[in-house]
Design a protein around this ligand. Structure first.
Ligand code: CAA
Length: 257
């Protein structure tokens, strides 16, 4: 895949997307978001890929939406073009997404992290929604997904002051799954993604869908969705294989069927 602002690679069954705009601390301009969407679509359609890792550089996962690109926009333009709507491509990815975050994950960078499923943070990671400092507010899900991730009090604190939080605070707050030394970040992300990608694709995609449903619906509807999805898995060969392998004390060979 020929890209200019991201790099992609495949390790085993894991697709990697590395944001690669070092001069702007990986600020997310329209072109970069388009490239991320294309790479996700390609990995999503690739039957050999079970999980995707999204990462940046040691200095920055991404320092937000591109402020220089956005600065001169007018309200009619942002409305007619539905500015930032294209970022939903990340949230719409059906295969599990692991964020591997070092350095700054600010504004839109933090919002992309919030769209991912598992978040591995280096101890150098710093998260924040500093839009309030530049005369706007989070616009790619920050006010909604951050509240669900860390609760109202912490979300208000971050959105209203624009301050950054360290990896340890982000982990305590529930924004981050695990914190590791910076030198271990990529290996840990690969290990997590590999563990996911060796499971049945049907299972991991169904689990992602069910967990995300918790944010969209009532408890009783969510529980019903979960139970029906669980029951549906009994129509798969991978359920037969997984349970037979357990009984036979061997490793399962999932075929995504
Ligand atoms: N957009 C465009 N360029 C950016 C950028 C951004 N979000 N963040 C950093 N850059 C650029 C800088 O302009 C600078 O470029 P030049 O060398 O050409 O001047 C380069 O990246 C390096 O940045 P700094 O010199 O500022 O580096 P620093 O180490 O002194 O500071 C920082 C790092 C604290 C992250 C600082 O760059 C910063 O505050 N960046 C902006 C963070 C921000 O406000 N993000 C929110 C954006 S709005 C948004 O995301 C809306 C939304 O909801 C989607």
């Amino acid at each position: 895949m020929p890209f200019e602002l991201i790099r992609t690679k495949v390790i085993g069954r894991v697709g990697w997307i590395t944001l690669d705009r070092p001069d702007a601390l990986n600020a997310l301009n329209a072109a970069m978001v388009g490239e991320i969407a294309s790479a996700l679509a390609a990995f999503g359609a690739d039957p050999d890929i079970g999980c995707v890792v999204l990462t940046g550089s040691e200095r920055a996962f991404a320092a937000g939406a591109d402020i220089k690109e956005a600065g001169e926009r007018t309200y009619p333009e942002t409305f007619i073009e539905d500015f930032l709507a294209s970022w939903d491509a990340v949230a719409r990815m059906r295969k599990p997404l692991v964020a591997a975050v070092a350095g700054y994950a600010l504004g839109g960078g933090c919002e992309v992290v919030l769209m991912c499923d598992v978040v591995i943070a280096a101890d150098t990671a710093r998260f924040g929604l500093p839009e309030v400092k530049i005369g706007v507010m989070p616009g790619a899900g920050g006010t909604q997904r951050l509240v669900r991730a860390v609760g109202k009090a912490k979300a208000m604190d971050l959105c209203l002051t624009g301050r950054m939080m360290e990896a340890s605070e982000a982990e305590r707050s529930g924004l981050v799954s695990r914190v590791v030394p910076a030198s271990d970040l990529l290996a840990e992300a690969q290990a997590v993604a590999e563990a996911i990608s060796t499971k049945s694709r049907i299972n991991t995609m169904a689990i992602k869908e069910a967990v995300n449903r918790a944010f969209e619906t009532s408890l009783s509807e969510g529980l019903l969705f979960e139970r029906r999805t669980f029951q549906a898995l009994f129509a798969t060969l991978d359920q037969k294989e997984g349970m037979a392998a357990f009984a036979e004390k061997r490793a399962p060979q999932f075929r995504n069927k």
